[in-house]
Design a protein around this ligand. Structure first.
Ligand code: F6P
Length: 540
């Protein structure tokens, strides 16, 4: 038995004896203060979990035994912690203070980072000001980011989140190879005033290249081939491929192989964000992340928000055995946060082997999903409250909205958020349900019959992240908090969070099956051949 196995076994034992959550507040009136922490403008409340001082201590010991601090220092120090791709993992450099060196292979990367950020901001500002024009001399009104995965989800999530700060051209995002995505986007656009950003770390991703070629043809058809250079720019680490596409060096924005796709919105991949909200807001976004980085790097484990969030995650996944977690922002503008976190968390920690390639002997990252409240309440919360699985919830809510004229509605939003975490924890007994029915004037027999359906088991855990207002710095801190939580969980699971070999097989087979779908090839495995033939038969 490895040490980790023993530690996870002990965690399971502790979780098996975990106390009910609600009474913990009766026993300790200071529980909220003891089980919440503040940093970088965020408050993390984990008091509505079954953790006690003892089990938290055990988790902190687990973090120490797994050398979370050592691994964290190795990441910040530029060591090659992505061991299957032989790369450093330095998204933190993208928001680091320019005068604080971070070295990769002995070379400080900060001068390049600072320079490229400057180029991105200068280009975005010249598009925003109208200095950059389309081929016919008109200013740019619409920017379309073509990318997928990390080259899409971060920019989409952040531009929606920062809508109140959006004073640049309209931004659109095309990711799916389904031509419907591009067609529906282009329908309302004028080629003469549209700028495309082709965003792809590798510049070989099939979906992105297909969409980019189709967009290029759309521009060339409307404005002529010579206009293409004025309506495209690119973000990539593969500058040769970008040149081959026909995009000039002055419109290529680079980043580095030590920036993982799902950690890349802080890099040139954030170009569409800068176009939308401007340089000052983008720099404030980086600043919020930097504040969280500093906190993660320096705060003691017991006060460290990403560490505590990671430990709560491990407690729920490995101690309690819960298979999923729900992300529930009470902030409509975080509508794409769950999708963004699905890639961040599940592509990072959905792994089955340790860093050394041995099978893991403990569950790794959970299923992550969610929707903003209050919409989710009228959809899937039924299962959260009365379903047979316990799914820990993560609520996010701000003290203020951006609509001062509707403070009353914002108060309703907040009240709903607070009500949900309380209801999940408290539940309702059969007697309480029965009494409620009797008070409503129902007969004894009717109350007995209906009461079981109105029972809420309760004791369902949640954490809540609070902030003042969803401004750029706050968004930066929230995203960095989640990135570092992934890191902490991966360190404890002893997995590499920074590769994604699990997406390869599907890509290979899609390439192999294309001739089958187009009818150029007939033979295929029986299971797939049947589907392809049935689809062809359905074609008009
Ligand atoms: O889905 C796999 C993946 O490699 C993601 O990790 C990445 O974010 C996405 O594809 C897009 O890759 P690229 O930016 O190279 O087009």
């Amino acid at each position: 038995m490895t040490d980790r196995q023993a530690l996870f076994a002990a965690l399971k034992q502790a979780a098996a004896a975990k106390p009910a959550i609600a009474p913990l507040f009766e026993q300790d009136s200071g529980r909220f203060a003891s089980f919440s922490r503040r940093a970088a403008g965020l408050t993390l409340d984990f008091s509505k979990t079954a953790l006690t001082t003892r089990s938290l201590g055990q988790l902190l010991a687990l973090a120490r035994a797994c050398d979370v601090e050592g691994r964290r220092d190795a990441m910040f120090g530029g060591e090659t912690i992505n061991n299957t791709e032989s790369r450093s993992v330095l998204h933190v450099a993208l928001r680091n203070a320019p005068d604080r060196p971070i070295a990769v292979d002995g070379r400080d990367v900060m001068p390049e980072v600072t320079k490229e950020l400057g180029r991105v901001c200068a280009f975005a500002e010249s598009v925003r000001s109208g200095a950059v024009k389309g081929s016919g001399g008109a200013g740019i009104t619409d920017v379309v980011n073509i990318g997928i995965g990390g080259s899409d989800l971060g920019p989409v999530m952040a531009t929606l989140a920062l809508a109140p700060y959006h004073d640049g051209p309209r931004t659109h995002f095309v990711s799916n190879v389904d031509p419907a995505h591009l067609a529906d986007t282009l329908k309302s656009l004028d080629p003469a005033t549209t700028l495309f950003i082709v965003a792809s770390k590798t510049f070989t991703t099939a979906e992105t290249m297909a969409n980019a070629q189709a967009a290029r043809a759309w521009v060339a058809k409307a404005l002529g081939e010579a206009a293409v250079k004025d309506h495209f720019c690119a973000v990539s680490t593969a500058l040769k491929h970008v040149e081959a596409f026909g995009i000039g060096a002055d419109r290529m924005f680079g980043f580095w192989d030590w920036v993982g796709g799902r950690y890349s919105l802080w890099s040139s991949i954030g170009l569409s964000i800068v176009m939308a909200v401007g340089e000052a807001n983008f720099r404030a976004f980086l600043g919020g992340a930097r504040a969280m980085d500093e906190h993660f790097r320096t705060a003691p484990l017991a006060d460290n928000l990403p560490v505590l969030m990671g430990l709560v995650g491990v407690w729920h996944r490995n101690g309690c055995g819960y298979p999923a977690r729900a992300v529930l922002p009470y902030e409509q503008r975080l509508v794409r946060l769950p999708a963004y976190l699905q890639q961040l968390e599940m592509e990072s920690n959905g792994k089955s082997v340790t860093r050394d390639g041995a099978p893991v002997r403990w569950p790794t990252g959970p299923l992550v999903w969610g929707e903003p409240g209050t919409n989710g309440q009228h959809a899937f919360y039924q299962l959260l409250h009365q379903g047979t699985d316990v799914i820990p919830a993560e609520f996010l809510v701000g003290a203020e909205g951006h609509e001062p004229d509707h403070a009353d509605m914002h108060a309703m939003l907040v009240a709903n958020c607070l009500a949900q975490s309380e209801a999940l924890m408290r539940g309702r007994t059969r007697d309480q349900a029965r009494d409620q029915l009797l008070a409503m004037g129902r007969s004894e027999a009717d109350a007995d019959r209906v009461a079981p359906h109105r029972v809420f088991p309760g004791d369902r855990p949640s954490v809540t992240i609070l902030y003042r207002k969803l401004d750029p710095a706050t968004l930066g801190a929230i995203i960095a908090l989640y990135e570092h939580r992934v890191f902490v969980e991966a360190a404890i699971y002893d997995i590499n969070a920074y590769d994604q070999w699990g997406v390869e097989l599907g890509k290979e087979l899609a390439t192999a099956f294309l001739p089958l779908v187009t009818g150029e090839k007939a033979d295929a495995p029986a299971s797939t051949k049947g589907l392809a033939e049935a689809l062809r038969a359905l074609q008009g």
